[in-house]
Design a protein around this ligand. Structure first.
Ligand code: AMP
Length: 486
């Protein structure tokens, strides 16, 4: 080994992990603040739990059901216990609620936000680390609790800057499809799961593809064959009729669903839940197009036990579909019971903040990059203490300011200020100090004026956008430029 140079690592972010700069961060923070305000207005309290949970606390409810051991990032602690990075904010809440149940106010209403990690194949809009913002009610089985969660989601998207009508919350109840299958003699859990997966592909494969997957199976274009759920023909017809029952107002949809669901306890319970959610949505003032009943909504996470919700972007021309769901949630009545043995009904919703930020950018509502600080050029190293005194003065006046700390000359320093989107540069050398003045350059104005001047010498002489003021007026002059810029 001796004498061999250590190979240099290639500077690259791991797949599915995204570096985010200030404009994106700004959008995300604005979303988090807006959504948090909505949650707090409804009486939800903030809670933060750690990034890691014991792997057994996360359970088998991993996002990718096909790869149950690969959905999380896990490591072994020094006491041999397996830890895993949380893959959502719901499983940690269930653990927290179970751990603290006796002392919590019940029902427990909390909101939380932060990064979650999923060890899955990254793709467009699909990251391995992304931010979620959730609200959940633990300890209430009232459908009104679901309706409230949906109403907050509707308000949250509006508060985040999406026009009302740009987002639709689609609501379904897990029991409906199960009940429908039961009414048609399908009780096998494997067949039920395969049916659920088939229905989940409606968007991509259409009714024909789903029908094949519900039956014998489907051969796709690449020649790969997927075995079907092997349902009898009459059950397939019933499922397809159920899937076609969506569209239109909530009351009408419910009536159509009731018409195809057939008598089964689970189906009836699902209908009852949706009907009560619908009633509560009406009284909460949630519009008919803001939240709809949609039988084709399945939702991936397997811990849902009742109503499920999914938020879809409905941008003009169908552009929203490209983003996938921008939020989702539902009722999970068994998650806390994993720890306590006692059934604890719960319901919640998760904003996919990272995806929502991308969606807002597409809808033209994203933040532009924030303006940079006032940059104090360092023209003379002997004046560093003066430069720092000026920066402190500007900061005390409430303006962001920095002293240029690189080693380049004046032109490069001006370029730096431009690249930082600075509104102003402070240009002070020995002459200015001697005369008791400071020179400020309005960089926006300078850029505009420079564009109009073709003669280089005239430009230098006119020094567009530049003003010289007494030293005592530095902060006031800088403020005028900064305020005009923003
Ligand atoms: P889930 O926790 O799977 O119910 O997801 C809730 C929301 O988080 C989804 O509607 C998406 O907006 C977002 N989301 C889920 N998975 C990802 C991912 N891999 N990358 C980015 N956003 C995601």
């Amino acid at each position: 080994m001796t004498g061999e140079a250590t190979p240099r690592p290639e500077a690259r972010a791991p797949r599915g992990f995204v570096d985010r700069r200030s404009a994106t961060l700004r959008t995300e923070r604005r979303i988090l603040e807006a959504v948090s305000r909505v949650y707090e207005a409804y009486g939800f309290e903030a809670l933060e739990t750690g990034a890691f949970e014991y792997a057994d606390a996360l359970g088998k409810f991993l996002p990718d059901a096909d790869r149950p051991n690969e959905g999380v990032f896990a490591l072994r602690d020094d006491d041999e216990q397996w830890l895993a990075l949380r893959y959502d904010l719901t499983a940690p809440l269930a653990r927290y609620a179970a751990q603290n149940w006796t002392s919590l106010p019940k029902p427990f209403r909390r909101y939380a936000f932060g990064p979650v990690w999923r060890n899955e194949k990254p793709g467009p809009g699909r990251f391995r680390q992304f931010i979620q913002c959730d609200a959940d009610t633990v300890g209430s089985d009232r459908p009104e609790a679901d309706a409230e969660i949906i109403a907050m989601a509707v308000e949250g998207y509006a508060a985040a800057g999406l026009a009302r009508g740009a987002v639709t919350i689609k609501i379904n109840a897990r029991g409906l499809l199960n009940g429908l299958l039961a009414a048609n003699g399908v009780d096998d859990p494997g067949q039920r799961l395969a049916s659920l997966r088939a229905v989940d592909k409606l968007d991509r494969l259409g009714a024909r593809g789903v029908s094949d997957l519900l039956g014998a199976g489907r051969l796709d274009e690449s020649g790969a064959y997927t075995k079907g759920a092997q349902l009898p023909a009459r059950a397939i017809d019933a499922v397809l009729a159920f899937l076609a029952a969506g569209g239109g107002g909530r009351r009408d949809t419910l009536q159509r669903i009731a018409g195809v669901i057939g008598g089964s306890d689970e189906g009836e319970a699902g209908l009852e839940a949706l009907s009560r959610i619908g009633g509560a949505l009406d009284s909460l003032g949630v519009g008919e197009t803001e939240a709809v009943f949609e039988p084709s909504v399945v939702r991936g996470l397997e811990y849902y036990t009742g109503a499920v919700f999914e938020a879809e972007l409905t941008l003009e021309g169908g552009a929203g579909a490209a983003f996938g769901a921008i939020g989702g949630g539902g009722r999970y009545d068994d998650l806390v019971a994993r720890f306590t043995g006692e059934r604890t009904p719960a319901t919640g919703f998760s904003f996919g903040v990272s995806r929502l930020a991308a969606a807002l950018a597409a809808a033209g509502v994203a933040e532009t990059a924030p303006r940079g600080p006032v940059v104090i050029l360092t023209l003379d190293p002997a004046l560093m203490s003066d430069y720092f005194a000026m920066a402190a003065e500007l900061r005390a006046a409430g303006l962001a300011a920095e002293v240029y700390l690189g080693a380049s000359g004046m032109r490069a320093q001006m370029k730096y200020a431009d690249k930082r989107l600075s509104p102003a540069a402070v240009i002070v050398g020995g002459d200015e100090i001697a005369q008791g003045v400071v020179t400020l350059k309005d960089l926006d104005l300078g850029r505009d004026l420079a564009a109009q001047v073709s003669d280089n010498r005239a430009w230098r002489e006119e020094r567009p956008g530049q003003i010289t003021v007494p030293r005592a007026e530095l902060a006031a002059a800088a403020r005028r430029i900064v305020e005009a810029a923003s």
